[in-house]
Design a protein around this ligand. Structure first.
Ligand code: ZN
Ligand code: ZN
Length: 106
């Protein structure tokens, strides 16, 4: 068995809020502030070279899931992420209120 096939777990420090994030192999965003980093082309492949910070720009319910839209600050790529149970739900609620306020002002 080669180690190459082991699912990669990466611990990282969030570049936005500094929180230490325990990698699960799936998480690509910070559970504390919900920011992400532009490192994947397809989820989990870490094949993207951009490496820009991705900020949460939209959040909505889809069926049973919360869907979070990230936008890269460097290249404007938008990505869709499902909120996981590891994420800080207070932050999700806070963010959803911010998004609602923003939409109201438009
Ligand atoms: Zn963070
Ligand atoms: Zn990017």
């Amino acid at each position: 068995m080669s180690k190459r096939f082991t699912k990669k777990r990466e611990d990282f420090n969030c570049a936005n809020c500094g929180a230490q994030v325990m990698g699960t192999g799936y998480t690509n965003h910070c559970p504390k502030c919900l920011w992400s980093k532009h490192v994947d082309i397809n989820p989990g492949d870490r094949a993207e070279e951009c490496g820009g910070m991705m900020k949460p720009v939209d959040l909505y319910m889809e069926g049973q899931n919360w869907v979070l839209i990230h936008e890269c600050e460097r290249c404007d790529t938008k990505k869709r992420n499902i909120i996981s149970t590891d994420d800080d739900f207070d932050e999700v609620i806070k963010l959803s209120k911010q998004m609602a306020d923003k939409k109201m002002k438009k």
